[in-house]
Design a protein around this ligand. Sequence first.
Ligand SMILES: [Fe+2]
Length: 209
Amino acid sequence: MDAMMVEPRSAVSGLSRKPLLRGIHHLALVTTDMRRTLDFYVRVLGTPLVHALRTPAAPPDAAPAHGVGSPPYKGILHYFLDMGGDSLLAFFEYPEGVAVADRDTLGAMQHVSFVCGPQRYREMLARLKANGVAIVAGPLLTIPPAIHSFYFFDPNGIRLEIVCNLEGDEQDLQVVRSCAMPEAELRAELAAISHDAAWIEDMVAAMPR
Ligand SMILES: [Fe+2]
């Protein structure tokens, strides 16, 4: 029997209560200055460089090897950083002069939030300040009762957040569990979106019983 078939399932819809995917492999961001980006991420934020790629240098009129939505430049730097949690942060180096993104538009990435334990959270705040990085908000309570965050920008203007469950363990972060809310409260929020009972059952299917 397929191992997928034995996952616990919602009695109502048959939806799996466990995610089908295993998290983020990489986020792909854009810089126009890889050197400056590496200075910040490797030296200040502590995300080690693990791979340095260059995208294919195909003829300018060739179709993008990775299809629609690929970077519109050939032979550009594509570097990968270890952001922890067995996930990567990737950058493409675009030419100077590309348009600056508006993070508050449809399909844009509003911000990236990194996680760590309580002690590292305080260390990172001090480390960023010591390196002259402006903390633009926080530390503040962002998800009750104990999830706190502070916010800053990378050299590309990408809004970053470091988040921490201040009541949590330093190593076993329990990111998902620490964000859980009582099922009744979640149902009340969903009722403001839809009165479709079957849809609401699907949405709460993963709630711990
Ligand atoms: Fe956030």
